[in-house]
Write a protein that binds this ligand. Sequence first.
Ligand code: ADP
Length: 513
Amino acid sequence: MTSRLDLPSVLRLILGNAVEMLQGQAGLIALRQEDGGLQVQASYGLPLDILHLFAPLLTDIPTHEAREQGTREQGTRESAPLRPCDSATLLHGLGLRQVVALPLTMEDNLIGVIYIFRSQGGVPFSANDHQVLASFADQAAIAVHNARLYQQLMHEKRRLDAIIQNSADGVMILDPQRHIQVFNRALEEMTGWAAGEALGQPCSRVLALQDRQGEDICDATCPLFQTEPGEHLYAEGDVQRPDGSVVTVGITYSPLYDKESHLVSIIANVRDITRFRETEEMKSTFVSVISHELKSPVSIIKGYADTLRREDAQWDEDTLRQGLAVIAEESDRLNKLIDNLLDASRLQASAFKLELSYLQVDKLAEKVMDEFRTQSSEHMFTLDFPPDPSPGSGHRFPAVRGDIERLRQVLTNLLSNAIKYSPRGGLIRTGGWADDDWVYVYVADEGIGIPRSEQERIFERFYRAESPLTRRTEGAGLGLYLCKEVVEAHGGKIWVQSEPGKGARFIFKLPRG
Ligand code: ADP
């Protein structure tokens, strides 16, 4: 009885045994509530719907003193007072004639009362019966006390589990052998492992940390628990998820020791720091790209200006003009970069307003292409916007509602990239088509192309694909970012189709006007 921990079943067991032992017909156990009153928690041999009628009986609590008094007077416990029932009529109606009630006490605290009833005509409760019930009551009190402690413990455990499960950070608890015992929801999301699969696994299998060079650093961090109590260990690294994607995490391991300084468990708090890392990387890319991109035109301008103003040299008109032309070109380049930077920071601050009007994007593309035509002799340019065959369209390419200057910027960036990234020349095609909802525009080249793995990232701020040509060519990695933001601000979408070495085709679509 004392080893059972589930309170309702403990109470049922106690009562059943007590009624049986005392050859009674029915019984009740009422437990003390927080307000001090008693409430029936278990019944035996009584219809459930009449239990509330026993309320008056519960106000008459047999005291510990009364039990002790009886013991002293009689020298035994046999005459522990048999309380007459106030609800005699009720008991009568049920055919119950006698009642014995004993307090369940634990360390002098009243936990509850046990009542046993005998039917009319039964043998009266003897002193021996009381003694049996009294020793029984002591055992019962311990069992109730234990079950209550267990209930409290379970309640606390559930509360703690809920806190761990709902924590926004990943939480993992390891046993001293580094096997996973607890794996919360945030960690499931972060790592792509289901808790059911992660539990019991070695930590190094689920969170196999790798450094930036792909070296396994889990073994280097997991066994490092020669830390003093209260000390933590922090490790950062990449974790490969089951779907192949990579997430960068920071883990704080906190070892938990017992009084004898034995490691009991290790609590690991895991944070997804992918975004943080990316921002950090972006900051450093920003600084290096911008300093490089700003520095080279400024040094060229300065070099030419210093040379041209030398007092010891006489420059002919041609040299002068050429020098000044370079200065003007480089100033334009600087100006463009500064404009792009300002646009990018405006976009970030969401201070980006479109000035909308109906426009023919095919005509705009033609104009932009004409400007480029004059700039490059190595490239051929073609334009292909088929007229709209539908009746009433006037055979014109469908119009869009857009910001003409921003869309000019998109086409300029795409065409200037097409030239920049096809250094051996080739054909540059601009064209479009339309369906019922969208107008599509593309710019295609025959240049170096873009590996599939980079095709999404090139639209990120400051991102430049890895290639010897990219390293040689000027650029801040802002052009495509601006294109994407402008197209998306119009409710459209931009993407690229490409294979390395086979050119690239950038396509964007805008809602039909
Ligand atoms: P930037 O040209 O200044 O580097 P962009 O944002 O315009 O920046 O382009 C980002 C990256 O995408 C480029 O660095 C280049 O690696 C790649 N890219 C863009 N356009 C092309 C293209 N037409 N062909 C091949 N690679 C391209």
